[in-house]
Design a protein around this ligand. Structure first.
Ligand code: WT7
Length: 643
């Protein structure tokens, strides 16, 4: 496939960037014209960040799956591998689904969904492991205009229940279980448990992956293979893709914020499609025939945009891996690279650091010669990890892209373009065309003067909409406004801090709100504290992050209990289990310290700054404590700090 919007030189990048700022409508209408629309838009962009309202490609009609599948087949690329699936167990055969195969599966399952009663606009929760059927379920939903909400396989029954209720979902697609490393993870039993906490749904479709025995409720639960077979044998398929408006909802993806429960970030069909494909092609400089391997789980936005929608819209071959990087051993990723001759490897700093900790033995005698570029996402990458990745995996001669973006942005926002604009360890570097970042001080004024180290530092905001920006938070538009558009008037606020050099390169420093980034996963402290407080003996808690060698940030919890804790170890276990039940094991605290009180101001606000200092090990200078209600509390916490 040929990409007319591919940026091929640094000069061209500058030209495109300038055009995208001076004439956004002309620029994006040019890019979007290279996609398949059933009907062209009347207006390119309609926006107002105060409300907020953002509409791209107004009145344009399309179905994203026609762009992901049908289009490539029509162009004669039906035999190109769309998905290459590598199973958890290296002894199990891998699977290749060509564009033709994938379309056939998607059509069959789309028909299954229709027969089960799913209609345009209905919400479907998808809770599956990393198998091709997950991709099929997502695309089938999109094909008939249903809104998918994928829930990461590590989330608990309670989390599923919250999401099913919030989205008003009537349908669930799941598996009996999943294989991940040496573990077999139950999925259907977790769904069953979720129904104890939420309203029951109309249908649950279960794909058989592990063969584990599961409960099937008659009339509600059906097997994937039974339903697929029925459609196949009937030979009667009504599989026309639904015609969607550019601004119809494509999916909801829940993510943690600084307050309360996770919010359902909403992306729509037209803008998201253009953004996912445009950023995929340009950042990775994708060339026809290459194998793209993104190690993320499809339960996160990275998997949505860079395993599925971006690569498939571009007619690329996307590798999907079921397992974990360290099983059966720490050389597994490199074996996959060799086996499938991977050209692009896109992973997370936490994965790199975890593989680093195994030393050089697992990479000895591996073959990295197929790799043309490497990518990083999810958190700031430390220089040591960057260099290890560059030297040992990249053999010091291929580019690394450091891609900054968020669930809310739909796709990559700030990144070098592989081999086109220069990389620089620790720096995401330059904004993509269409992205207008600005640094603001805490009073909302643009930072116009440099720090002593010659850098501009501030809160990272974006001035104007790009096609992939979130449109709302599901069911609560005001929450979207408060979360992203209220703090700095007329701007989208990212929640991140950043610095910029005089050439316009950005370095992201991390969250400036009460959100932790643990192994590249966002965890809101408020949500986590609520979970900890569900333990019957807990009175109050406060959670902060601290630097962690592998996870980037570790979770440090200060907990006040109603009783005198005798067995600290046992109580910590119980609290961890509570967190696993309320959220999932990704949110389990690394350290729990039992305290008599928390440092609070006279108005009752917890002084997290002090708790953070102590968790970081800076016990000597925790800063000003004179405004505290009870300064002695700090002394006690400091003395009993957990190492
Ligand atoms: C947060 C978004 C984007 C997909 C994965 C996470 C942090 C993300 C980088 C990067 C520094 C990064 C930010 C951001 N982040 N990429 N390259 N350098 N920080 O998506 O769960 O929505 O989290 O991840 O703090 O706000 P997410």
């Amino acid at each position: 496939m040929f990409y007319p919007y591919l940026i091929q030189s640094e000069d061209e990048y500058r030209r495109h960037y300038r055009q995208s700022v001076e004439d956004p409508e002309g620029f994006w209408s040019g890019v979007a014209s290279h996609f398949h629309w059933r009907k062209k838009w009347d207006q390119v962009l309609n926006w107002n960040f105060e409300e907020p309202r953002v509409e791209w490609f107004v009145n344009g009609k399309l179905n994203i799956t026609e762009n992901c599948l049908d289009r490539h087949i029509k162009e004669g690329n039906g035999d190109v591998p769309a998905l290459i699936w590598e199973p958890n167990d290296p002894k199990e055969p891998h699977r290749v689904l060509t564009y033709r195969d994938l379309l056939q599966q998607v059509n069959l399952f789309a028909e299954v969904l229709r027969i089960q009663g799913v209609r345009k606009g209905d919400r479907i929760c998808i809770y599956m492991g990393m198998i091709p059927e997950l991709a099929v379920a997502i695309l089938a939903a999109a094909r008939i205009g249903a809104v998918h909400s994928v829930i990461f396989g590590g989330f608990s029954a309670q989390s599923i229940a919250d999401r099913v209720d919030d989205a008003g979902a009537e349908y669930i697609v799941t598996c009996d279980g999943a294989h991940r490393g040496s573990k077999e993870i139950p999925l259907k039993p977790v769904i069953d448990e979720a129904f104890a906490h939420c309203r029951e749904v109309k249908k649950v479709i279960v794909f058989q992956r592990t063969g584990a025995e599961v409960f099937m409720k008659p009339g509600r639960d059906v097997w994937w293979h039974d339903e697929m077979r029925k459609v196949e044998y009937s030979g009667q398929m009504q599989v026309d893709a639904e015609e969607m408006d550019a601004e119809d909802m494509l999916f909801i993806l829940y993510t943690s914020g600084s307050t309360g429960k996770p919010k359902g970030v909403v992306h729509t069909c037209g803008g998201y499609m253009v953004w996912a494909a445009y950023t995929f092609v340009n950042v990775f400089q994708y060339q026809s025939g290459e194998i793209h391997f993104c190690t993320a789980d499809i339960g996160w936005i990275t998997g949505h945009s860079y395993i599925l929608y971006g690569p498939l819209c571009a007619g690329a071959s996307s590798l999907m891996y079921e397992g974990v990087p360290t099983w059966p051993d720490a050389g597994r990723l490199w074996d996959i690279v060799k086996k499938h001759k991977v050209n692009i490897l896109y992973t997370a700093p936490t994965a790199i650091r975890s593989l680093m900790s195994f030393g050089l033995e697992p990479i000895k005698d591996k073959d990295f010669s197929s790799l043309r570029m490497l990518g990083s996402v999810g958190e700031p990458i430390n220089e040591e990890a960057w260099r290890w990745f560059y030297e040992n995996i990249g053999q010091s001669n291929i580019p690394i892209v450091d891609t900054w973006w968020q669930t809310e942005t739909g796709g990559i926002m700030i990144s070098n373009l592989a081999g086109v604009t220069p990389h620089r360890p620790g720096w995401a570097t330059l904004p993509l065309p269409g992205v207008q970042p600005v640094l603001l001080d805490d009073h909302g004024r643009e930072v116009l003067s440099k720090d002593e180290d010659g850098l501009y530092k501030g809160n990272l905001c974006i001035k104007a909409p790009w096609p992939g920006i979130l449109r709302t938070t599901y069911g609560d538009h005001e929450r979207c406004r408060l979360n992203y558009f209220e703090r700095f008037a007329g701007m989208y606020f990212t929640g991140d801090g950043a610095m910029r050099d005089e050439h316009g390169n950005f370095r992201i420093t991390g969250r400036v709100d009460d959100v932790l980034n643990v192994s590249g996963h966002r965890i809101g402290t408020a949500e986590l504290e609520n979970a900890i407080n569900m333990h019957h003996a807990v009175v109050e808690s406060a959670v902060v992050g601290y630097p962690h060698d592998v996870k980037g940030q570790g979770i440090y919890a200060y907990v006040i209990c109603a009783d005198v804790v005798e067995d600290h170890h046992a109580r910590r276990q119980e609290i961890s289990v509570t967190v696993s039940k309320m959220i999932g094991s990704i949110a389990r605290p690394d350290k729990i310290q039992f305290v008599q009180g928390l440092p609070k101001t006279r108005s009752g606000k917890i002084m997290r700054r002090i708790l953070r200092k102590i968790a970081e090990g800076e016990t000597d200078n925790v800063g000003d404590t004179t405004t505290l209600l009870d300064p002695l509390i700090v002394e006690e916490i400091r003395l009993n700090r957990i190492f």
